[in-house]
Write a protein that binds this ligand. Structure first.
Ligand code: BDP
Length: 686
């Protein structure tokens, strides 16, 4: 390096050191709502209500348009508008409902803050119900939660009373949700506790509902199917038993008496040990319909999960389809079958579940996972919108070309009484709500995609970065080039990077044990059910690797519609990113890249590691543009992610190499960990 260059660097270093401390420390608690307005506004609205009062307040506090402008909020019935939709103009928001007005206000403010155009537009949400599923337990822990304890529940039964602190937090929570269009929250874990339906807990649910209501957020509960026998003193919970039917009717009545706008129930039944109608030789339809009938008079719905698989020998990926397809058409119109995006379980990449588009006479809603159970918890920076976009845009072909998952679930292809989408929340008591500052983008993105399932991940990232990081006075060309652009690029690459360093080429479910964090392709204790162990899914042997789901294998491909079924069935036309999902593939199989499967696998893992190393550089370089607190927090997490990515690469390549018996291509960095040590460490943690 020349002396001159050295000089330049030290001057830059000096500037960096001077600027960063000027940006005040941000703990992340304000999320994407950290911007204050820049001018006064006159708000005209002839009506008043708690929701309208919030709309007016938000406008006054957040207005960044022409100072002194007048904005009209108009409630008027308009057939072009759905319940939450609105007509937007620069100085006017018109809607059928108060919540429509509120969403219009958030849209207007967001556009002002991000510099998007505001022209006359009619805007309707894609889904009627846009719901967060909290896997929160009544003792305050969160299943698969990585951002602290529950914001709703505390350890002691004696602390069910609602405090001022609770109210403040729930208000902030409701506001954040409303600002991105989320209008429902299931307050407890799908592995439900029967206590939740007892009076003291319901009283707290009422307390929460009262706070969420003005923001248009409805409350829902996960319920335990065996509640009638567990807390109702009945001998059975058989859904066709008249006493059981009456018990649920009475319970629903009790709930609506204190929460008149209660949303309904979410049910995980006959799945992973949870009780359900099959315990009484009844079907999922019998169970769901019984609850739906109880909720119907109040406008409530049942979200019945299709995440089911038994201990049979049938390919786990095929079972939900096998159980639910025969029931198509048997469900009440206020039942929605809630289906996870993929047929197995929220893996870094899965094909879409074949139930989408296939159940033509039943309402079906997608469930995605915002909390990063299989994607590095709250340590890895993984922006999930690209995964959800890929899923929503997948063509099911079920009603001709263009029957995408999005269109098959939002009412465009099939007439559904209700439409909905759910996301498993990543929110906890951590100051920044989500553990990782960038995990906030996933909460944001879920809301935005639930509102408009045609949005691109790029647009959402663009909005989120501007709202979350841009400071007043930031010179735009400089900020756009040196912050927005590289950070957006990093976010957009991050999901594929995680796939690369964890489970490329269609590999899935090869994480270690039950915490679902690090690699564990070897993990297969004798007493664990087979379909929870990685070897069940990767099936590596001397001939190759991957699960044969072609016609000569488990035939899961046949659950997809043509021409997709044939495309997936043929090893030569199956997309490379799903190859090992559908095919047990020889190690020396030639891919379109010209490489053998083994070489390609090595390159993918290596690319993933390199991508995270690049994210570190990207982040270090943006230091002048972000406050020191957030900068350091994220820098530290990226370091951990890099180390983890290296471990994933070494573990998987060295493990699979035992079967491929082929060398790691010599232009690839060598593993730095020994397989034996990795396995030993992995076992020690348990
Ligand atoms: C799996 C989780 C488990 C959940 C289950 C579910 O590991 O904690 O209970 O899904 O969705 O991904 O029911």
């Amino acid at each position: 390096m020349t002396a001159n260059k050295n000089m330049k660097y030290s001057v830059l270093g000096l500037i960096l050191m001077c600027i960063s401390p000027l940006l005040h420390a941000e703990d992340g608690h304000s999320l994407w709502l950290r911007n204050k307005g820049k001018g006064s506004v006159n708000v005209v609205c002839s009506k008043n209500s708690p929701t309208l009062a919030l709309a007016k307040q938000e406008l006054r506090e957040g207005w960044s348009g022409n100072a002194g402008a007048t904005v009209n909020l108009i409630l008027k019935t308009d057939k072009a508008l759905k319940a939450d939709g609105f007509k937007l103009k620069e100085n006017q928001i018109q809607a059928n409902t108060e919540s429509g007005i509120l969403y219009g206000v958030y849209e207007l403010l967001r556009r002002q803050q991000t510099g998007e155009v505001i022209k006359e537009e009619t805007i309707n949400p894609s889904y009627e119900r846009r719901i967060l599923n909290h896997w929160d337990n009544p003792n305050g822990t969160i299943e698969r939660g990585y951002a602290g304890r529950s914001i709703f529940w505390r350890p002691s039964k004696d602390s069910l009373g609602v405090t001022e602190k609770d109210k403040t937090l729930w208000t902030e929570y409701a506001r954040a949700n409303a600002s991105v269009g989320i209008n429902g929250a299931v307050l407890d874990n799908v592995n439900a506790d029967q206590k939740m339906l007892t009076a003291p807990y319901l009283e707290r649910v009422k307390g929460i509902a009262d706070i969420l209501r003005p923001y248009g957020v409805k409350t829902y509960l996960s319920v335990k199917f065996s509640s009638p026998s567990m807390i109702g003193g009945l001998k059975t919970s058989d859904p066709l038993n008249p006493e059981v039917i009456k018990w649920w009717k009475d319970k629903v009545k009790e709930i609506y008496k204190i929460i008149p706008d209660f949303g309904g129930f979410l049910v995980k039944a006959n799945s992973e040990g949870q009780p359900g109608p099959q315990d009484y030789k009844r079907t999922h339809a019998d169970g769901a319909n019984m609850m739906a009938d109880a909720l119907k008079p109040y406008g409530g719905i049942v979200m019945w999960r299709a995440f089911v698989y038994s201990t049979s020998d049938e390919d786990r990926a095929k079972q939900a389809y096998g159980e639910f397809m025969p029931l198509d058409g048997q469900f009440r119109d206020n039942v929605i079958i809630q289906v996870k995006n993929g047929p197995v379980d929220f893996q870094p990449r899965e094909p879409f579940s074949p139930l989408f588009g296939a159940m033509k006479k039943t309402s079906v809603m997608p469930e995605v996972q915002i909390t990063q159970e299989y994607l590095g918890h709250s340590t890895h920076l993984v922006y999930l919108a690209p995964m959800w976009e890929e899923f929503l845009k997948s063509d099911t072909y079920q009603a001709g070309v263009g029957s995408t998952v999005a269109r098959c679930t939002d009412g465009s292809v099939y007439s559904q009484k209700h439409t909905a989408i759910a996301g498993v929340s990543n929110i906890g008591l951590d100051t920044n709500w989500c553990g990782h500052d960038f995990a906030q983008s996933n909460w944001y993105a879920f809301g935005r995609l639930a509102w408009d399932n045609k949005l691109t991940s790029e647009q959402i990232a663009d909005e989120w970065i501007k709202l979350t990081f841009r400071n007043e006075g930031a010179e735009s060309a400089d900020w756009n080039n040196n912050f927005l652009k590289p950070v957006k690029e990093m976010m957009l690459l991050s999901r594929e990077a995680a796939v690369n360093y964890m489970m490329p080429l269609g590999l899935h479910h090869i994480m270690s044990a039950n915490e679902h964090y690090g690699p564990g392709p070897w993990w297969a204790p004798a007493r664990t059910r087979k379909d929870w162990t990685p070897p069940y899914f990767h099936k590596a042997d001397l001939t190759g690797v991957g699960f044969d789901r072609s016609k000569t294998g488990s035939n899961a491909v046949s659950q997809y519609h043509e021409p997709l079924a044939s495309q997936l069935n043929d090893i030569n036309t199956c997309p490379a990113e799903l190859l090992l999902w559908f095919h047990h593939t020889p190690w020396n199989f030639k891919l379109k890249t010209g490489r053998t499967l083994w070489d390609e696998m090595c390159y993918k893992y290596d690319t993933g590691v390199k991508q995270v190393r690049q994210f570190q550089k990207t982040w270090d370089k943006i230091e002048p543009y972000v406050d020191a607190d957030r900068f350091t927090r994220i820098q530290n997490k990226l370091r951990a992610q890099s180390q983890n990515a290296q471990v994933w690469k070494d573990a998987c390549l060295l493990y699979f190499q035992q079967f491929s018996k082929m060398p790691i291509p010599y232009d690839i960095e060598r593993p730095v960990n020994n397989l034996d040590d990795l396995i030993k460490n992995d076992m020690k943690r348990r």
